[in-house]
Design a protein around this ligand. Sequence first.
Ligand code: FE2
Length: 177
Amino acid sequence: MYETHNDLSESIRSRMIELLNARLADAIDLRLQLKVAHWNVKGPQFIALHKMFDEIVEDADEYVDLIAERAVQLGGIADGTARQVAERSSLDEYSATGGGREHVHAVADVLAAFGRSAREAIEVAAAANDQDTSDIFTEISRGTDKWLWMVEAHGQAGEWTHRPATAEDETERHPRH
Ligand SMILES: [Fe+2]
């Protein structure tokens, strides 16, 4: 750790740097997954989803910077290479292909998982008496909840409410004789 005039104790700073780097991996993963959604989405809602997914990328870029720079302010090193992110991210791999409905569900899943980890970080940082790190995660989780609402709204109007039937569901409903 680097020396700093910051008055938080070295023990608090070191715990916060570890927390920040864990969530940094998640935030970079989120950002990359949203770009994949932005590029590969198809279907009649293409333009709305394509643009919205890129707006989420823009916000995720801000989350990445807030988290990484806080780690450095506390005397740490921000770990954000592709290899570090692949090793450390707590998010599941992005797997949606095909139409807008699949991407909406996959993006909602990753936003919900990221939101949960950010919300947990609010509590961890507050319990460690680092209210500033806690505030950063509060901002991030507030923004993530907003995007989750906007993404989920696409699936709450009726025709997209249910996940697409899988081949297995189809076999159950129409058993082959
Ligand atoms: Fe683009």
